[in-house]
Design a protein around this ligand. Structure first.
Ligand SMILES: Cc1cc2nc3c(=O)[nH]c(=O)nc-3n(C[C@H](O)[C@H](O)[C@H](O)COP(=O)(O)OP(=O)(O)OC[C@H]3O[C@@H](n4cnc5c(N)ncnc54)[C@H](O)[C@@H]3O)c2cc1C
Length: 584
């Protein structure tokens, strides 16, 4: 061991995906003296070394790690380094690890070991870790045709170098990644192994070689000969906690570079790492696989009434969209989709590959291009949706993702249209019908009003909707047009935040007689049906306690006012003339 100390900013022990990532990000942040100490003859992704001018000591064995005056001293069989920061990112093979599926190991089915001769061989790599990405890159560099069965892989959890390498290999079509697939058995057809996937997506495939990427062990502090002074220095970091559980600063490969930089190099501008969502979205083929698997419909129209209020139309791939006016369907997008804002969904790591589903009333454009009233659509469904902005208390999930979509994009549409919020109870054409909505709660009413008018309803129809501003009335022109064509139809929009409009609520329309004026007579419960949709506070559903006592919410809702006038709530086993649909 040489006594001469050589000064470095950062020494990385182990040229693994995690180690290279930290070395590269540190060099890019401006550190001048960075060295990777690699005991073997090669690092994980050799092509990244010259590209990023990484200094590597190949075949250099670590002897121990110490610290003096807040500086880490790294001893190897070749030199002694004095460094401001040190990262241990070495991994060992765990001899006890076996594949988690039935896979008899052989010359052609191995753990961690690639065949010597790779050129033109078909190789399957099975795994979901940085180590699996290392094996994939090594096989591809050797000229193999590589399929990577990466079921369970979370692209956001890859070390940045592994992430970049996989995306590059895919872009250059040097590998095929099956992000969602993992074989559940390995068999043999004569000499060569076959991977049986037993899922709809992936056919059974024969390979020259199948290699499983093991879960490897981290070295212990004891094995590395680390002194207590080094542990206490705060400048020695581990990629993942060391195996003997000794409390040393550590972090996962995808974040440890940033943590270490913040702790050891305060002079560096902290690099803003891409958000977890962005890291996943960059893996386009992973996302495409999830989309292909989950989505079954296409967005055929996406009209912005304003930036946060949309009328969209959705066409399913199969099946028709028959429904009764007033019913709802479910729409879904994956948690993997990008958000329009910078909020992070709580618990996203465990659900990023899952679908978010929400119910949406089916709306309706009142007129066809010809000017006739439009019949219910059987090929597409129209929806009227508002962005629910996320805030610090609640991170809304679906609408901030829907906001990034456009015509032609794919979406999930639930197979069944549902709901008993329909016109079934309106049996006679001279019945008075009154609709009360908040915001996009007018969606089902638009379908119902069109249906009533199309069928020649003669009784008065009043549709009221409360919004904040005029611009929040997405169908205003169509309603005005309907009023011109049908004298028995009245639309009463109620913006509450316009300076020239007195602030009134739907409840005031009942109290002050506006509804009756529009109906041209009293609100007679014997010949009137009321439909209430949207904000539960407007609806004001009473609660019943165990003694059958009814209590209304503190703020009077429309139901309370209607019940005072002799109306009754329509329930599943008790028909009435107040129908409601709560949006939350
Ligand atoms: C039967 C049914 C039909 C529905 N139809 C529609 C529809 O036609 N158009 C529509 O925009 N929404 C509709 N919704 C609401 C919709 O299902 C979602 O709750 C809404 O889009 C928010 O989803 P998110 O994932 O973005 O937010 P989430 O994380 O689910 O947040 C839910 C919260 O958002 C708020 N919220 C939900 N809906 C609205 C809304 N419309 N306006 C303002 N704030 C709201 C409430 O505070 C609610 O607690 C309907 C709900 C139901 C149950």
């Amino acid at each position: 061991m040489s006594a001469e100390l050589i000064d470095y900013d950062l020494i990385v022990i182990g040229g693994t995906a995690g180690g290279l990532s930290t070395a590269i990000s540190s060099i890019r942040s401006g550190l001048k003296k960075v060295r990777v100490v690699e005991p073997g003859a090669a690092v994980a992704f050799p092509e990244l070394v010259p590209e990023n001018q990484v200094e590597v000591g190949y075949g250099e064995q670590l002897l121990g790690i110490d610290a003096e005056d807040d500086v880490v001293i790294v001893n190897t069989d070749q030199r002694t380094y004095r460094t401001r920061g040190c990262l241990v990112s070495r991994r060992h093979r765990d001899p006890n690890w076996t594949p988690p599926i039935n896979a008899p190991l052989s010359e052609h089915v191995t753990v961690d070991a690639l065949p010597e001769w790779l050129n033109d061989r078909d190789v399957l790599v099975v795994g979901h870790t940085n180590h699996a990405a290392e094996l994939v890159a090594e096989a591809a560099a050797g000229g193999a045709g590589v399929v990577f069965a990466a079921g369970g892989l979370d692209p956001a959890k890859l070390a940045p170098a592994a992430d970049a390498m996989l995306r590059r290999l895919e872009r250059e079509r040097r590998i095929t990644v099956l992000y969602r697939s993992v074989p559940d058995e390995i068999g043999h057809d004569g000499e060569f192994p076959i991977a049986y996937f037993n899922d709809r997506r992936t056919p059974d495939l024969e390979f020259d070689h199948i290699v499983f990427a093991s879960e490897r062990c981290r070295p212990t502090v004891g094995e590395l000969n680390v002194s207590q002074a080094a542990i206490d220095s705060g400048k020695l970091w581990f990629d993942g906690a060391p195996e003997d559980g000794i409390d040393v600063p550590n972090g996962h490969s995808w974040e440890v570079g940033n943590l270490l930089a913040a702790a050891c190099f305060p002079e560096l501008e902290p690099a803003e790492p891409p958000s977890v969502v962005r890291r996943r979205v960059r893996h386009e083929s992973a996302i495409n696989e999830l989309r292909e698997e989950s989505y079954n419909a296409t967005i055929t129209a996406f009209e912005q009434r304003h930036s946060d209020l949309w009328v969209l139309r959705v066409r399913p791939d199969h099946g028709d969209t028959s429904h009764l006016p007033g019913q709802y369907a479910s729409l879904g997008l994956g948690f993997w989709e990008d958000r329009v804002d910078n909020y992070a969904d709580p618990g996203i790591d465990s659900k990023w590959h899952k679908l978010i589903r929400r119910s949406y009333s089916i709306s309706h454009s009142m007129f066809e291009a010809s000017g006739y009233l439009a019949p219910p659509d059987t090929e597409e469904l129209e929806f009227y949706i508002v962005l629910v902005p996320a805030d610090d208390d609640h991170v809304s999930a679906l609408t901030p993702r829907l906001a990034t979509k456009q015509v032609g994009d794919r979406i999930y549409l639930g197979p069944k249209v549902a709901g008993r919020y329909t016109l079934n109870a309106v049996q006679s054409p001279d019945t008075a019908v009154v609709f009360f909505a908040t915001g996009t709660g007018e969606a089902p009413h638009n379908s119902m009003v069109t249906e009533l008018l199309r069928k020649g309803h003669t009784g008065p129809i009043v549709s009221t909707v409360t919004v904040r501003n005029w611009q929040d009335l997405g169908y205003l022109d169509a309603h005005r047009h309907l009023e011109e064509r049908f004298p028995n139809y009245h639309y009463i929009p109620m913006p509450t935040r316009e300076p020239d409009v007195p602030k009134r609520y739907l409840q005031d329309l009942i109290r002050d007689g506006d509804i009756e004026m529009a109906l041209g007579g009293t609100m007679d419960p014997s010949n009137t049906h009321a439909f209430l949709c949207g904000n539960p506070a407007m609806i004001g559903l009473p609660e019943e306690d165990e003694n059958g006592e009814t209590s209304y919410p503190e703020t009077t809702g429309v139901i309370e006012l209607l019940v005072e006038r002799g109306f009754t709530i329509d329930r599943r086993n008790q028909p009435g003339n107040i129908h409601f649909e709560e949006y939350w």
